[in-house]
Design a protein around this ligand. Structure first.
Ligand code: ASP
Length: 322
């Protein structure tokens, strides 16, 4: 029997509509409904029996923690159905890495959860969305895709959802997993190596029950000569934790040290991440320095802190930064 899969749509460029087929930037994201997405992909019916759920119709720049929580609840609802063998989620590329990381931490491994996206709107010449959707369905339908945590299928490749970042504003291969690479190929579906599953679903299903938002955590980007009153303003605005996107290997300027110490003394968690595109931030022996975020970039470190604050488990963020 063909696998029974649920397609959850959230918007993004994959459902984007422009006035002209040559226009790849001036378009409305999330304009097309699931039926239109499916109609553009001949051959889907041969892969799976698809059930659709239009969750949001937004540009992923407008995605919020409240959307993550609502999406997770919908995914859990479908995964719990006996007649659902896996889900596919269409999403914008701009904040795909955040939603994928959030779902990676909050959904236990089990039935396949495959996210996909596109860089060109659905109306564009050589739109990449239809092939990405076809391949995402093929991956979700494949028996090897179970128990792998959240997967992202774009541009012919399968990535671990936790690993991806958007690395380019316009290129078709904008989604990548720097330092780790893809887990496999989507055509044919073939996994080269398993994902690092250590933290998959580390947030217990009941831990977020009833929540409609997450605690405020801000990211502050520090440039040469940036004034630390940015930090003071964020604390005054109610941030419970701060991720500093610092130069290089999480290097904290001297001018920021006092404000950081004051925020920490007031109970605000401060962590050191990097504004550098790739690489880990090393843990420092000096305990006066805020902890480093390890391999997590600022948006992912922010999610780790939001979830650990929401669950009242500070050790969770520490483990994710290891
Ligand atoms: N702004 C779009 C979005 O993230 C970009 C895309 O999907 O590629 O929704």
């Amino acid at each position: 029997m063909a696998p029974r899969l649920t397609l959850l749509t959230t918007g993004g460029t994959i459902a984007g509509q422009a006035a002209s087929a040559a226009d790849t930037t001036g378009y409305t994201a999330g304009a097309l409904d699931p039926a239109a997405l499916i109609a553009a992909v001949p051959g889907l019916a041969a892969l799976a029996v698809l059930h659709c759920d239009a969750v949001f119709s937004i540009d992923s720049k407008d995605m919020t923690p409240a959307h993550w929580l609502a999406l997770r609840a919908r995914v859990q609802h479908h995964l719990a159905r006996a007649d659902c063998d896996g889900v596919i989620i269409t999403h914008g590329t701009d904040t795909l890495e955040e939603t994928a990381f959030f779902l990676h931490l909050t959904l236990p491994p089990g039935k396949p959860v495959v996210m996909t996206a596109a860089m060109r709107p659905a109306t564009a010449l050589s739109a990449d969305g239809p092939m990405n959707l076809y391949q995402a369905v093929a991956v979700a339908a494949h028996p090897d895709s179970a128990d792998k945590g959240v997967l992202v299928v774009v541009n012919g490749q399968i990535f671990a959802g936790a690993d991806i970042v958007k690395t380019d504003t316009e290129a078709l291969d904008a989604i990548a997993a720097p330092g780790r690479g893809p887990l496999g190929t989507a055509a044919p579906v073939r996994f080269f190596h398993p994902p690092a599953l250590g933290r998959t679903g580390c947030i217990a299903p009941h831990a977020l029950a009833g929540l409609s938002d997450l605690p405020r955590v801000d990211i502050l980007q520090v440039a040469a000569g940036s004034a630390p009153d940015l930090l003071t303003a964020a604390v005054a605005a109610g941030a419970r934790a701060l991720v500093l996107a610092l130069p290089g290997n999480g290097s904290l300027p001297q001018a920021w040290q006092r404000a950081v110490a004051q925020a920490r003394a007031a109970g605000v968690t401060v962590v050191r991440s990097t504004r550098t595109a790739h690489g880990r931030v090393a843990h420092a022996a000096d305990s006066a320095l805020p902890p480093a975020t390890g391999a997590l970039n600022p948006p992912k470190a922010r999610i780790a802190l939001m979830l650990s604050l929401a669950c009242g488990q500070p050790e969770l963020a520490t483990a994710l930064f290891a």
